[in-house]
Design a protein around this ligand. Structure first.
Ligand code: 16G
Length: 245
């Protein structure tokens, strides 16, 4: 960061100069994923600029997904996003997919509990009169990188206690004998709004793949209606196609 002191006098605002020098250090491999940055105070002293300026530059880089902040332990270079190939011909859960790839799965709860269903949930899930809906909304991580936002709705008769869902929704459904065996998915491209972008640690407007999944029990009853938002720079969906007869 010393070079910043030398660069003083350049026209660009100081926080942008600091941002650029950190971006270059990451790009050139001087700083690698997982590396801890010095404290705000140390950077401010070394670069001879105010802490407010340092904070602004770091916050900017957190918003851009270059850095991550962990409460209490500091600022780190964000984990590298590795693209994932995902089959479109097998019905699997996020936990199963990531475990197969040897990735660490983590989730942060956004919302979980029993709610009065929306008309769309009632229709898609075929809820009975007065049946509540279990909502299991999560931000999902693979190897510490936020990769997807998932909002799952399940009829309360199939998942009466959403609070008890542990790390895997499908495992919780299996415990009730309600694991889906078939699903229909719709995939569409979109651009992330500011809130979802912030959750996924990418700039607003970044590309996403939005996936709706409706899954079924062997009886044909709908189990799950899930809206997922995947980072556009993370997933390749792959399917095997056969010649139409
Ligand atoms: C997958 C499914 C999602 C399902 C979740 C269960 C897609 C697009 N979505 O992410 O519908 O709810 O797996 O994962 O594939 P879990 O058992 O790890 O909670």
């Amino acid at each position: 960061f010393r070079s910043l002191a030398d660069a003083k006098g350049s026209n660009a605002p100081l926080y942008l100069q600091l941002r650029k020098s950190i971006e270059e250090a990451v790009r050139d491999g001087v700083l690698t994923p997982g590396d801890a940055l010095p404290s705000e105070r140390d950077i401010a002293i070394k670069a001879d600029i105010s802490r407010v300026t340092v904070r602004k530059a770091l916050q900017n880089l957190v918003e851009q997904g270059v850095l991550i902040q962990r409460h209490g332990s500091g600022t780190f270079v964000a984990p590298r996003i590795e693209r994932v190939e995902q089959s479109l011909s097998r019905l699997t859960s996020f936990t199963e997919d990531m475990a197969r790839r040897g990735k660490l799965v983590q989730s942060v709860w956004l919302e979980r509990g029993l709610y009065v269903p929306s008309p769309q949930e009632t229709m898609v899930l075929g809820l009975t009169a007065n049946e509540m809906v279990a909502r299991v909304n999560r931000l999902r991580f693979a190897n510490e990188a936020a990769v997807a936002i998932e909002r799952a709705s399940i009829g309360a008769s199939l998942l009466p206690n959403p609070e008890a869902v542990g790390s895997s929704l499908y495992a919780a459904l299996a415990e009730h004998g309600n694991k889906p065996v078939r699903a229909v998915q719709r995939i569409s491209a979109a651009n992330l709004g500011p809130e979802d972008a912030q959750l996924l640690r990418v700039p607003p407007g970044a590309a996403s793949l939005n996936i709706e999944r409706v899954s079924y029990l062997p009886s044909g009853k709908v189990v799950e209606f899930t809206r997922s938002i995947y980072r556009g720079d993370t997933y390749d969906f792959v399917a095997e196609l056969r010649l139409a007869e």
